[in-house]
Structures are given as structure tokens and as C-alpha cells.
Design a protein around this ligand. Structure first.
Ligand code: NAD
Length: 277
């Protein structure tokens, strides 16, 4: 099995491993063990957030791993109740402190929370943080096309990424097309449908899995990679971490790709970004 994770180049020139490991709903008490497992398996890109409550565990496992900081790519996110200006600087300092890091590779606004109407102001604070080098890249999460349009019109830095719910049953074509046109990389959260949407049971997925002697999860992850998405599936089980990382020794054919793409049906499993406030 090759373990070479491809990297994508962001619009600010930094590179990001296309496959990483997410820690949403990973119990803070178990985070150290789980992220240590993920690092041992080979993951070098970890996606956390202040609201996940597990930045300390992520930081501890990084510190104990002995892996060169430059070989890791760490993302965290600003929670909704800290949007603004000074509150963003404070929240960012707290996240860095919890992670025990001098910089993060990527800092994101977690949700636009349009009812608060503070995401433009918050983004300007992220621009300032980026200038200090303590966040190498900055981006957004759960921003739909209108939110992105406003940022592009009213601020200076184009987000490096937009992290949105995206899987074959919910592909968000308008947002992804707009983002790609403006050089914003797409990060797909809930890449496996969070286990809520029965993606892994879809017939076309099973057929491709059988053809390549792979599992349905591996086929879906491969679909993301070949689509150009950045992806960080979550699993607390080491055998699944290994499985989800073992996706670089096969390639889906054009017809397998389009059969999976045709599973689109607005199968959103998370909240609508306009309704999270
Ligand atoms: P996911 O689609 O990665 O699904 C995770 C679930 O899929 C697991 O709990 C497990 O039940 C199942 N699973 C994992 N590997 C499997 C395998 N090989 N075979 C069968 N089932 C398997 O969903 P997620 O964790 O919500 O998303 C991934 C990451 O995205 C998160 O951990 C987090 O970092 C990020 N995320 C971000 C946001 C956001 O608002 N920005 C929201 C949710 C998640």
C-alpha cells in the first residue's frame, strides 16, 4: 500500500495534505489516544475546532509524537460566540495555547452565523492574525455562495478554503463552483455522510468496491480525492483509520465516478448554514 498523501496548493502558496483526520465528537478524554493512533497510522493533517473541546488532547498527542512540526498540518476553528474583533484575537490565543502550538496551519470561521452579521468583521480579524504568521492560512467553513461573495467584495484576502458539508448525496454545486472559480479549495466535512446517510450501502458504491477489492468507505474517500476535495474522515477505531488511509493504490474509472456523482439528492445531514446562529 502506498502511503503518499497528495498535497494541494492553496491560493496563498501553502500546501495542504489532501487527506487528513477529523476529530468532531471525539471525547476530550480519548483524544490523546485517538490522535496518537491517527499519527501512527500516517495521518499528518488534523482538523479540530474550539467547540470540539479537544484541542488540548490534539496538542498533547502532537507534542508526544515527536513528529516535526513542519511535517504536520493543523486546523482549528473560531466558534460562533467569539465572532467580532477583539473576541477573535482572544479566541485564537486560547486555541493556540490549548494546542500548545506557536502557529496553526489553517484557522477557520466555523459558521457564517448570518443573523449575527459579524463574519465580515471577524474575517478582517483573521486577516490580521494571518499577518502575524501565527495562522499560516485562513479560511471559512459553512459559507455558501452569498457569504463568500460578500467577503470577496468587502475584504482583502480571499479565503484559502471553504469547509462545507459535502458527500455524494449533497454536493453543493453552486458553492463549490463559485469557490473553485475564485481559487478557494473545498474541504468536505461529513465526507462519509457521518454514518447517518446510508451512502455506504448504495449499490453503485458496492459495485465499485467489489471491482477494486476495496470497502465502500474507501470508494467514497477516493471519489472525494478524485473530485479534488480535501477530506478528513473521522473514526475512533484504529482499523478504520488504517482503512480510510489506504486509498492510494487504486483509481475509480470515469464511469464509476459519474455513477457516484449521480447519487446527488440534497441529502444534507447537518444544519443549514443560514440557520446556525
Ligand atoms: P464522517 O463522514 O467522517 O463520518 C464519520 C462516521 O463515519 C464515523 O463516526 C463512523 O461512524 C463512520 N465511519 C468512519 N470510517 C468508516 C469506515 N471505514 N467504514 C464505515 N464507517 C465509517 O463525518 P464527520 O466526522 O462529521 O466529518 C469529518 C470531519 O469533518 C469531522 O471529524 C470534523 O473534523 C469535520 N467537520 C466539520 C464540520 C464543520 O461545521 N466545519 C462539521 C462536521 C464535521
Amino acid at each position: 500500500m502506498t502511503k503518499t498523501v497528495p498535497t494541494l496548493t492553496l491560493n496563498d502558496g501553502h500546501t495542504i495534505p489532501q487527506l487528513g483526520f477529523g476529530v468532531f465528537k471525539v471525547d476530550p478524554d480519548e483524544t490523546m489516544r485517538i490522535v496518537t493512533d491517527a499519527l501512527e497510522v500516517g495521518y499528518r493533517h488534523i482538523d479540530t475546532a474550539a467547540i470540539y473541546g479537544n484541542e488540548v488532547g490534539v496538542g498533547d498527542s502532537i507534542a508526544r509524537s515527536g513528529i516535526d512540526r513542519e511535517d504536520l498540518f493543523i486546523t482549528t476553528k473560531l466558534w460562533n460566540d467569539r465572532q467580532g474583533t477583539e473576541s477573535v484575537f482572544d479566541a485564537f490565543d486560547e486555541s493556540l495555547e490549548k494546542l500548545g502550538l506557536e502557529y496553526v496551519d489553517l484557522y477557520l470561521i466555523h459558521w457564517p452565523t448570518p443573523a449575527q452579521d459579524k463574519y465580515v468583521e471577524s474575517w478582517k480579524a483573521l486577516e490580521k492574525i494571518r499577518e502575524t504568521g501565527r495562522a499560516r492560512s485562513i479560511g471559512v467553513s459553512n459559507f455558501l455562495e452569498p457569504h463568500l461573495q460578500r467577503l470577496l467584495a468587502e475584504t482583502d484576502v480571499v479565503p484559502a478554503v471553504d469547509q462545507i458539508e459535502l458527500h455524494p448525496a449533497h454536493q453543493q454545486p453552486a458553492t463549490t463552483a463559485f469557490a473553485r472559480r475564485h481559487g478557494i479549495q473545498i474541504e468536505a466535512w461529513g465526507p462519509l455522510g457521518q454514518g447517518k446517510y446510508p451512502l455506504l450501502d448504495e449499490h453503485v458504491v458496492a459495485i465499485a468496491a467489489e471491482a477494486h477489492r476495496k470497502t465502500p468507505a474507501q470508494v467514497i474517500i477516493r471519489w472525494h480525492l478524485q473530485t479534488g476535495n480535501i477530506v478528513f474522515p473521522k473514526s475512533t477505531r484504529r482499523e478504520r483509520m488504517i482503512e480510510n488511509f489506504d486509498v492510494f493504490d487504486f483509481e475509480l474509472t470515469r464511469s464509476e465516478m459519474s455513477a457516484i456523482t449521480s447519487l446527488e439528492r440534497v441529502g444534507r445531514v447537518g444544519a443549514h448554514p443560514n440557520e446556525v446562529n
